[in-house]
Design a protein around this ligand. Structure first.
Ligand SMILES: [Zn+2]
Length: 434
């Protein structure tokens, strides 16, 4: 063998070493395992909802949830107990979790009740304390064992045997705090992100949670026996929103996990501080949405956004939020609106001092009635020179006539201060609405 050959072999060896070390480095970077367990499956259909079976909704949401994690967290390994419509015994789900050394186990389910008005989400952690209310849920979610071949597996644990209980409590204590933390994030996010009703974080004895050597929760996404919640959870939009909320909760949980493990986020580049110049002669507002409907100030359609400016333009009502002459502040306002679920919202510029051409003007509509009132009527709360416009059977009442948006907004504020909270601006040509 020539010297040259030996050198090549040596280089090859080093090259291979390099490849191997990169691989092991890449593996080491996966520092978190989540096991996502879609409840039920196959012959075990779970609850029967108004629009779909529990096993289908649970699987769909579980797949979306895990895919979001896989896409955005290269350092997380996602394991599903099932990715298709198959029957799995409860102990198998726990075994998959423990074999993969899960850092978090999330079992996804839907609730059901004979009372069709029952609604809301709830998230369970393992515990032996019972309340009769949660007993029904655990009875239902545990009942699958009767479809399983070997029911003795679950009888080994006797909640009335003090020794078994103590052994359980010791094991459970290690994970309980983290289980409750994740459950809490899930329930809070359902309320804050999706405006869902939360029944809270609860504990009960679930077979599928009991044997897990990791923080573990069982999420009930809502009552599919209820018409509204059942159709929501079976819908494309509902499944996507629900999965996003589980994902958001995971993201927060993982961030806390990283902080505890000493893994920090990549340091963010230091912001360069600039003195921001206001946009001159213009105001920035967030256009929230456009609708044929005029919603009242407290309507759920507005998702808790208050102090919206509503401007009628032709047949449409346009809803605007906030006002600023700083671009950065407008970006903040836009984020607020988007977080409320108005994904199509955008920033628009208003030339507040631009005068309307010809006979055009802005008026404030403050009242609609089927009755005719004369000017200075008590109903107007002191507003005078009120313009009445008949439309079909209705009389619409308007106040003011301004040439600029800035002036119209002042008028609107005055009218609202007189008690007409749902007043809004309409563009006119002379005395005719456009
Ligand atoms: Zn279930």
């Amino acid at each position: 063998m020539s010297l040259k050959m030996i050198n090549i072999q040596k280089y090859l060896f080093f090259a291979m070493m390099l490849v191997f070390s990169t691989i092991s480095f890449a593996q080491k970077k996966q520092n978190f395992v989540i096991v996502i367990d879609a409840g039920h499956g196959g012959k075990d259909v779970g609850a029967r909802g108004v629009a779909d079976l529990e096993k289908n909704i649970a699987l769909d949401v579980a797949l979306r949830f895990g895919n979001m994690i896989e896409k955005n967290h290269k350092d997380v390994k996602v394991v599903w107990t099932r990715k298709t419509d198959i029957f799995l015994e409860l102990w198998e789900r726990t075994r998959i979790s423990n074999d993969n050394h899960a850092n978090l186990f999330v079992s996804v389910h839907c609730n059901s009740a004979t009372n069709s008005s029952a609604t809301g989400t709830e998230t369970f952690v393992m515990g032996l304390k019972r309340s009769s209310e949660t007993d029904e849920v655990s009875r239902r979610e545990n009942s699958v064992v009767f479809l399983e071949k070997d029911q003795e597996k679950y009888e080994k644990f006797d909640p009335n045997d003090p020794e078994a209980v103590i052994a359980f409590e010791i094991m459970n204590a290690a994970y309980k705090e983290q289980s409750i933390r994740f459950a809490d994030l899930v329930e809070k996010n359902f309320v804050n992100r999706d405006f869902r009703k939360s029944r809270g974080v609860k504990q009960n004895n679930f077979h599928v949670l009991r044997g897990n050597a990791s923080p573990s929760v069982l999420v009930e996404l809502g009552f599919i026996s209820n018409y509204d919640e059942g159709t929501f959870l079976a819908s494309e939009d509902g499944k996507q929103k629900t999965a996003e909320t589980l994902y958001e909760s995971f993201k927060q949980f993982k961030k806390e996990f990283d902080r505890r493990s000493g893994i920090e986020d990549e340091p963010a580049p230091k912001p360069v501080k600039k003195v921001e110049k206001p946009v001159e002669g213009k105001k920035l507002k967030v256009k929230v949405m456009e609708s044929k409907m005029k919603f009242s100030a407290t309507s759920p359609q507005l998702r808790g956004l208050t102090d919206l400016d509503v401007i009628q333009e032709g047949d449409n009502y346009v809803y605007y939020y906030g006002e600023t002459d700083l671009q950065s502040r407008a970006d903040d306002l836009l984020n607020t609106v988007k977080r409320k679920g108005f994904s199509g919202a955008k920033i628009v510029e208003f030339e507040t001092n631009k005068r309307l051409e010809g006979g055009k003007n802005y008026r404030v509509q403050f009242m609609t009635s089927n009755k005719k009132y004369k000017d200075r009527d008590d109903k107007f709360n002191g507003l005078t020179n009120v313009l009445r416009v008949k439309e079909g059977n209705l009389q619409k009442y308007y106040f003011g006539a301004d040439k600029t948006m800035e002036a119209a907004q002042k008028t609107l504020k005055d009218v609202q201060d007189k008690g007409f909270r749902n007043a809004f601006i309409v563009t006119f040509n002379g005395e005719d609405p456009l």
